[in-house]
Design a protein around this ligand. Structure first.
Ligand code: FEO
Length: 382
């Protein structure tokens, strides 16, 4: 597939995968993108997951025709992109491998690849291919240390590694934002500062198209995608709204969550209710990052908090959750302790404002807890 007259997409769509990176549900599969640049010299941008080596190699070879590739550029060593490197080197043993200094030891460790013909990519490296040159933007910790992005100065294409990728094979049509958010927050979310640094560097480039390693090639409305990445990586809320995330054993905490939702909706607030035991964990985390307010409603359990809620709070903290207003509703029949546990889990999160009152339910809703929920709704809607 042509991206420009001399850049071809040679990636693959994976509809067999159940869990991406061993944990993320991908109901619409995944794409592993790879590109061939044809000029006086030819470059192949990344490989694909090893399970698709044959299909990819056929596509890449067809794009190259009877030409030999001059460079295999490895922007990111994670095996969903480097997994077919040995098959490529078998077919094209004379190719020069181009990657950052941090990438080469990883290639040796993963595959025993330690080539003599290599170019170590740095910020000032220029690979002249003929009518164009490739420039490199090292992006350490977006989200691995060896990552680099690549800019084609003729076609004004930014090859963006994992950045601007999404869950979902792009031969299945779906909106970009929800699955890109879930992908970004889950996989890159912890690394907001390096992404901010990268966006500053990218701001100086004249970009006609973004070619990521997952998801579709982006050619229109680039400002929208860049703006979303800025919001996500700066940990700013994307929109006004309240996520009520709850766990419930016998339905009493759920009843409280639903009552709070109704009260907030009556005050004109946008609300999303999620039962953490029946929701995709990565979607729940992404939704918490999406909205400016969060309520955690949970049963006390084993001297702490219900397991699904504990995992949720830990994942929020791990991903750098911050800059939000947070309310807590706890339930406990004899020793409520969910709220204390949740506050401890989130104590490292920056700039959280606690919505008052903290609501405690003793087994089931009563007049006092209903009034407290009403007050919490008012506080959240302020
Ligand atoms: Fe798509 Fe970080 O690998």
């Amino acid at each position: 597939m042509k991206i420009t007259d001399s850049i071809l997409w040679v990636g693959v769509h994976d509809h067999a995968i159940d869990l991406f990176e061993g944990q993320y549900a991908v109901p619409n599969g995944m794409s592993y993108n790879s590109y061939v640049i044809l000029d006086e010299k030819c470059a192949v941008m990344d490989t694909v997951d090893a399970r698709f080596a044959g299909e990819w190699l056929e596509k890449a070879s067809a794009a190259l025709g009877d030409r030999e590739p001059d460079y295999l550029i490895i922007q990111h060593v994670e095996p969903d992109h480097s997994g077919s490197i040995l098959r490529f080197l078998e077919k094209y043993p004379k190719v020069t491998l181009a990657a950052t200094s941090k990438a080469f030891p990883m290639l040796k460790n993963f595959y025993g690849v330690d080539p003599e013909a290599r170019v170590e990519l740095k910020a000032d490296t220029v690979l002249a291919l003929g009518s164009r040159s490739l420039h490199f933007i090292p992006a350490p910790m977006v989200h691995w240390p060896e990552v680099t992005l690549t800019y084609d100065d003729r076609d004004r294409v930014l090859f963006s590694a994992d950045a601007f990728g999404k869950f979902g094979a792009w031969d299945t049509e779906e909106p970009w934002t929800d699955e890109a958010r879930r992908y970004y927050i889950g996989i890159v979310g912890k690394f907001g500062a390096p992404v901010q640094a990268l966006l500053k560097k990218a701001a100086g480039l004249d970009i006609a198209a973004v070619c990521p390693l997952h998801g579709p090639v982006l050619k229109e409305d680039l400002g929208t995608y860049l703006a979303l990445y800025d919001v996500w990586s700066a940990y700013r809320p994307e929109e006004k709204g309240v996520l009520i995330a709850y766990t419930s054993v016998y339905g009493h905490t759920r009843a409280a969550a639903e009552l709070l939702k109704d009260r907030l909706a009556a005050k004109g607030q946008k609300v999303r209710l999620m039962d953490l035991a029946r929701s995709d964990p990565a979607e729940a985390v992404a939704e918490a990052f999406r909205y400016d307010r969060l309520v955690l409603a949970s049963t006390s359990y084993n001297g702490g908090v219900f397991p699904r809620m504990r995992q949720f709070a830990e994942e929020l903290a791990e991903h750098g959750f911050q800059n939000r207003k947070v309310g807590i509703v706890e339930n406990g029949s004899w020793a409520p302790c969910a709220a204390k546990t949740l506050r401890e889990k989130l104590e490292g999160c920056k700039n959280l404002t606690w919505a008052e009152p903290q609501v405690t339910i003793r087994s089931a809703l009563d007049r006092d807890s209903r009034e407290a929920l009403e007050a919490l709704a008012a506080s959240l809607a302020e």
